[in-house]
Design a protein around this ligand. Structure first.
Ligand code: LLP
Length: 450
């Protein structure tokens, strides 16, 4: 095992004199806390590993329902719609479970809206907030899908197709916040929404097409600092005051969720309680009782999912200053957040044998032929790696990656190296397990090739 101090000081792999490479920085995880399973236990992991074969995502229905209840309890003085940002995890059965609780849907493309409808969601409960204007918008609107215009051009196009129509506008309030600059979608460096100083153009376009902007929307980023989220909510009210027909305000999603044991999650009640008096003040000042909307993805889904893999190899580099790598049968083809954002996910080795195991410090490597396919980056920095203390792994052991319910199955380097899309299992409230998405076959992967 590499000593903590030695590893901390070491900066990268041994450099060969004739080869010019930039060494990857590796730092030792200073946390002494070993992560633990969230909704599974070791026996269940091994049972599922045998029954379904790895890799697979497993989702916990009870956790999904608990988080849905949290969202639906968001404090509000004059009514609330909670939407599920389905981009986080769009599998049909998950959409059905969440919408059965009363949640509506935030769709980020025309395709997502259709996907939700195919899962059985009523069109009236779907709102599209999209970077790209859906080509089939007219058909979707005719079915009852709601629209949130995200640019002046989108507003214009909606007006041309639906004179006299009703819609929402997404405003960039001038402030953003995210767990990394890649998930910050507000402020001057973000292309999302209509810049808050362009309200005159919004009103002019609406008047020209006789549109009714009854709803306003902001979403400033994912993994937002709760204090900034509250500041943004107050800024949004100032903007809503200038849109006279607005009676509903969506404050988006973005609530920060702790995936690692040492990270905090947003207390939705505490955040909501700071907003309620502001909405009440708004009602007194402007005579409009605004209903609220929130539309989280991460908060609802992140900690309801785990990726169960199998250890396929354990390799080590130089005895001095080298590392031990655990290789698994999944990687960026199933979970891209570590490589993209330096996203942190708990990793737990579940031994398949009974003998007592020690622990050691390891880097975890995914199965793709890509040096960036590493599951243990430094937090927020995919350029640098960080060892994790794990139970000594053996080939065949299960390895569980937690916190993968959001932005993993739906957002991965799908089919890279021709690895098939993996299966999805649901743990029902009654304890039974059910396949909700089959593993893709090679034929399915190739079916559109001519
Ligand atoms: N509403 C809108 C308009 C959005 O664009 C998003 C996320 C959400 C709601 C939900 O945000 P959430 O509650 O999940 O933070 N791939 C990143 C997150 C990107 C989210 C994109 N939009 C991640 O893995 O953290």
């Amino acid at each position: 095992m590499i000593s903590c101090a030695a590893a901390k000081l070491h900066r990268g792999f041994v450099r060969q004199p004739s080869v010019s490479i930039v060494p990857i920085e590796v730092v030792q995880n200073e946390s002494t806390e070993m992560e633990t399973l969230r909704f599974l236990d070791a026996a269940r992991v091994i049972e599922l590993q045998r029954e379904f074969g790895t890799p697979f995502y497993v989702y916990d229905e009870q956790t999904l329902l608990d988080r849905a209840n949290d969202v639906l309890a968001f404090p509000n003085p004059y009514g609330l719609i909670g939407r599920y940002a389905m981009k986080a995890l769009p599998t049909a059965e998950v959409l059905r479970i969440l919408t059965a609780t009363g949640l509506h849907i935030d769709a980020s493309s025309g395709f997502e809206a259709e996907r939700a409808m195919r899962a059985g969601v009523e069109p009236e409960r779907i709102q599209i907030t999209a970077q790209e204007l859906p080509r089939n918008l007219a058909a979707l609107i005719a079915k009852g899908v709601r629209f949130n215009a995200c640019s002046l051009l989108q507003l214009e196009k909606f007006g041309e197709a639906n004179p006299g129509g009703e819609l929402s506008v997404r405003i960039n309030p001038g402030l953003g916040s995210g767990h990394s600059n890649r998930t910050n979608v507000g402020g001057p460096s973000a292309s999302f929404g209509i810049w808050h100083e362009q309200l005159d153009q919004v009103l002019e376009t609406a008047a020209r097409h006789n549109l009714h902007i009854t709803r306003m929307h902001t979403h400033i980023g994912s993994g937002s600092d709760p204090d900034k989220w509250v500041v943004c909510a107050k800024m949004s009210l100032t903007i809503a005051a200038k849109l006279p027909e607005v009676t509903s305000l969506s404050l988006g999603g973005g609530f920060k969720v702790g995936r690692m044991a040492n990270e905090d999650s947003t207390d939705l009640i505490a955040v909501g309680q700071k907003i309620v008096p502001e909405i009440e003040n708004f009602a007194r000042e402007h005579g409009r009782e605004l209903s609220l909307e929130v539309e989280p993805g991460t908060f609802l889904a992140a900690n309801c999912g785990a990726l169960v893999c199998t250890v396929t190899d354990v390799v080590e580099t130089s005895a001095e200053g080298g590392y031990r790598f655990v290789k698994i049968d999944a990687g960026m083809s199933e979970i891209v957040r570590p490589s993209l954002y330096g996203g942190q996910h708990p990793i737990i080795v579940v031994p398949g044998t009974d003998e007592t195991r020690g622990t050691g410090d390891f880097l975890v490597a995914g199965h793709c032929c890509e040096s960036g396919d590493i599951l243990t980056p430094e937090p927020g920095n995919p350029e640098a790696l960080q060892t994790r203390e794990l139970a000594d792994p053996r080939v065949g052991d299960a390895l569980v990656i937690e916190g993968v319910g959001a932005y993993c199955s739906g957002m991965s380097a799908k089919n890279y190296n021709a690895f098939p899309e993996c299966a999805e299992i649901l743990l029902r409230v009654d304890g039974s397990s059910e396949l909700i998405r089959r593993r893709q076959t090679l034929d399915q992967m190739l079916q559109n090739e001519i």
